[in-house]
Design a protein around this ligand. Sequence first.
Ligand code: HEC
Length: 355
Amino acid sequence: MRLPFVAFPAALCLMAPIAAQDKVDFQRQILPILERNCVECHAAAHTSSDGRLVKPKGGVMFDSKDGLLNGKKGKVVVARKPADSLLYLSISLPADDEDRMPPQKKGDPLPEAQQQLIKKWIEQGADFGPWKGKGDDDKRPDPKAGDGGGDKNKQPATGDRSKPQPKATLAAIRTSLQKGLNPVPAATLAAFAEGPFQVASIGDDSPLLRVSCHGHTDKVDDRAVASLSTIADHITELQLGRTSVGDAACSVLAQMSRLTALDLRQTQVGNQGAAALSACKQLRSLNLFGTRVGDYALAALAELPNLEAVYLWQTEVSAQAAVRLREALPGLRLVMTADLPEPMTEGTGQRRNRR
Ligand code: HEC
């Protein structure tokens, strides 16, 4: 049986009674609203799974405490002053106002109860609790580097020297991963020319490899993945989405000690396979959309210290397991929903926001 996943993030906060004396808990009540409705457009500049650089809209970022406090255009959150906080102002504009967030083309305004919750959180002092979010562990040598201000003569997206900060971070990760790693011998690589995989360096003569199978997904099964074991040490990005791989393939994936991004969407992978991935300690992005994974797998993923994003919609993962995983890995981006209309928000069940 599938849980009504779509309803989870909003439901989780709205089922909690908003009594006057209750202190709003940012991580449990506010963050899920932002993640569900805003972060898609307002995350720190990052490289998408297909390699594009994605910048935050309007210079506003909701995936870190830093971003929430300091927008490019002004204070996103001013403690105790919702009327001065762009966050609250933007969501409480009239539905047909063109500056209203989320934008009209994205759908209706946030439900009144969510708006009030955000307002109340700001009024209570905008306490983030222990949450810092993404980016706080990163070094930020130049906070301006990300928005292109001041280096007009350089190309932010492609220039090598003035790469936006998150890209630099990715570059730094790769530099450290490839340290001391010899390139795969040409003969070994040549063996893949015939098969279903596209195997290529991630660029700049790096020995690290990106492997995909566009156009040949129907030919990729567990046996095909087994053939990757000769280059397992070198693979850092692997796209196996929509192939017929299952749990057996995951034991090969588990050997990939430098794997940072793995796409297994719409495959037969289930709990056992996904749990085996806890061996891939460098894993940052994991797409399990439309797989058979459930709570058991999720518990194992808590052992991945570098995990930044997990895509879980259309799986059997329960809301509770998702919450536990995020507690284990603060700042983790858990994508549980497709881009669907606002779910019903009336709390009918007995479930409460446990503290
Ligand atoms: C579909 C993409 C999208 C989504 C989803 C979205 N925004 Fe925006 N947001 C934008 C764009 C585009 C701008 C920049 C508008 C501009 O610069 O004129 C923006 C600007 C902002 C600003 C700055 C406003 C200002 O006065 O400069 C705030 C605050 C903001 N958004 C809050 C939110 C909140 C809160 C949510 C979730 C409830 C949200 N946004 C969801 C696209 C989005």
